[in-house]
Design a protein around this ligand. Structure first.
Ligand code: KIV
Length: 272
């Protein structure tokens, strides 16, 4: 398998906007630790998202709500130490930006100063407009996130497709225009109808990156552990698995256990 061609030496927020204007699709994956981020960056990914999905895949929580700012900074700084080329975007976790714009800015500043990440991502539209503006005014690039916003899971009660009703679709389009106007450099659209996502991508000049949002957007993002098949209980329609690491790792570990028990490991060449 070939490694992606690295036409751009270092990805910046401006590179992403240029990619959209040239019709070049943007690749984005999550990563939360040094070793994985090194592989992801080396394979040619454009954007690494230190997602608050770390709460699920790294910490085993049911939702993204419990992860803290300190924990996000720990994950993000591990990722930043690994990368040479990718743009690193870090999620502001639940409870660190919704209550007031000053707190939002303080949280974003902590991420930028203490992790070395290049941008932050916030979930929501008009209700967090002032927080987004405050962060942008401090020179911190912001990626928006609309559609299914997992930090609001208890408001909706399910992880089903969002914006199927006309009024929700209308609000989502308005929010996307607001994010562009405020100065966000990109927007993630999660789990919405493909037709709506295409309309949004065509209506804004900033890149729109989809997850479960179809092929009419400017790029795609997946959770690394899902696309590598390390998680196996989660099977949404939009997820393409490129490996079955759950099975491969289980087989390898079971073989190791058996080799230790049978005294096959270590053999003569594997000792001093
Ligand atoms: O936290 C995350 O992994 C995300 C992606 C699903 C976009 O926000």
């Amino acid at each position: 398998m070939s490694i992606a061609k690295k036409e751009y030496k270092r990805i910046t927020v401006k590179t992403l906007v240029d990619m959209k204007s040239k019709g070049e699709k943007i690749s984005m994956l999550t990563a939360y630790d040094f070793t994985m981020a090194k592989i992801v960056d080396g394979a040619g990914i454009d954007v690494i998202l230190v997602g608050d999905s770390a709460s699920n895949v790294m910490a085993g929580h049911e939702t993204t709500l419990p992860i803290t700012l300190d924990q996000m900074i720990y994950h993000a700084s591990s990722v930043v130490r690994a990368i040479n080329r990718s743009l690193v975007v870090v999620d502001l976790p639940f409870g660190t930006y919704q209550s007031d714009p000053k707190e939002a800015l303080r949280s974003a500043i902590r991420i930028m100063k203490e992790s070395g990440g290049h941008a932050v991502k916030l979930e929501g539209g008009k209700e967090i407009k002032d927080s987004i503006k405050r962060i942008l005014n401090a020179g911190i690039p912001v990626m928006g996130h609309l559609g299914l916003t997992p930090q609001s899971i208890y408001k909706f009660g399910t992880y089903t497709v969002r914006a199927k009703e006309d009024h929700e679709a209308h609000q989502l389009k308005e929010d996307a225009l607001m994010l562009e106007k405020a100065g966000c450099f990109a927007i993630v659209l999660e789990k919405i109808p493909a037709k709506l996502a295409r309309e949004v991508a065509e209506s804004v000049s900033i890149p729109v990156i989809g997850i479960g949002a179809g092929d009419g957007v400017d790029g795609q993002v997946l959770v690394l552990h899902d696309m590598l098949g390390m998680t196996h209980e989660f099977n949404p329609r939009f997820l393409r698995r490129y490996m079955n690491l759950y099975e491969d790792m289980t087989t390898a570990i079971a073989q190791y256990v058996s080799d230790v028990k049978s005294k096959d490991f270590p053999n003569n060449e594997e000792q001093y």
